[in-house]
Design a protein around this ligand. Structure first.
Ligand code: KIV
Length: 300
């Protein structure tokens, strides 16, 4: 007999912050009810409803087209699917760029949709003010620096950030600014390992890396990348733990082949039958008697 695994406690933002230096944080993106259920059951500490939704689910070339409404729709589905993981809503492009007031209102909509925190990209002075205002509305904020995909046009592409000492120094300062502002954790995306190690040592909040080497306090990958569900470009830092796209296609081909050769469905195990032979006989008799049971509308 297997002993049932004890129910895990719902993860909160303060719990994630307290994990620094104690246990590594495992974070995944999730976009809907089934992905949230699977990632939560697998034991993810954090589920990020990432704006990568735009690319891996909605088929856009970058993250810029996804709206607050799109993100809220998917956040609600993830909330319904996850019991334990902390749910972080990723604030999409233009939802925190126009004014502080609008940013706080948009962040609040994620909380009302069931997320427990939001993630905001960047750390320039105006962004820090926005983050402080969101925090002031009692909303935990996860920072995100390095390659910030919403700045793809300003950065000139999806490129490694902080390769030279000046850029790296700027990123270190940004990390400290986000920590001081009150972020409970910080995503470091696509930065050199050495820089991620330095930031991780410098700040008291957990760093969560994606393409940032092994020294971070946690790691995050996109659900579709980990499972091999996405056949677009796969970055160097992704480790695929399954080949789901290929496996799913194989399974669907088998189904279609069974439909076409008539072997699906099986008339015993995969079909329903009349209540009894008696009922079947009554049906035949009724048909043979003729007459109209249900008057059908006449075509003009
Ligand atoms: O949207 C996303 O998936 C992200 C992660 C890569 C951190 O922001």
């Amino acid at each position: 007999m297997t002993t049932p695994t004890p129910a895990r406690k719902k993860v909160t933002a303060p719990m994630i912050r307290a994990m620094k230096g104690k246990s590594r944080i495992g974070m995944l993106t999730a976009y809907d009810y089934p992905s949230a259920r699977v990632a939560d059951a697998a034991g993810a500490d954090i589920l990020l409803v990432g704006d990568s939704l735009a690319m891996v689910v909605l088929g856009y070339p970058d993250t810029l087209s996804v709206t607050v409404e799109d993100m809220l729709h998917h956040t609600r589905a993830v909330v319904r699917g996850a019991k334990t993981a902390l749910i972080v809503g990723d604030m999409p492009y233009l939802s925190y760029h126009v004014s502080v007031e609008e940013s706080v209102r948009n962040a609040g909509r994620f909380i009302q949709a069931g997320a427990q925190a939001v993630k905001v990209e960047g750390a320039k002075a105006s962004r820090i003010k926005t983050i402080e205002a969101i925090l002031d509305a009692e909303i935990p904020v996860m920072g995100h620096i390095g390659l910030t995909p919403q700045s793809v046009n300003a950065l000139g592409g999806f490129k490694l950030q902080g390769k030279n000492a000046d850029d790296a120094r700027r990123l270190l300062d940004e990390a400290v600014a986000l920590e001081r502002a009150g972020c409970f954790s910080l995503v470091l995306e696509c930065v050199p390992s050495e820089l991620a190690a330095m930031i991780t040592e410098q700040v008291t909040i957990p760093t969560i890396g994606i393409g940032a080497g092994p020294s971070c306090d946690g790691q995050v990958l996109v659900y579709h990348d980990v499972l091999g569900m996405y056949d677009g470009h796969t970055p160097k830092f992704v480790r695929k733990y399954a080949n789901a796209a290929a496996d799913l296609q194989k399974a669907l081909e088998a189904f279609l082949s069974d439909v076409r050769d008539g072997s699906f469905p099986n008339d015993e195990s995969e079909s329903f039958h009349m209540a009894s032979d008696e009922e079947l006989k009554r049906l035949y008799a009724a048909r043979d008697e003729g007459g109209v049971v249900v008057e059908m509308p006449k075509a003009n």
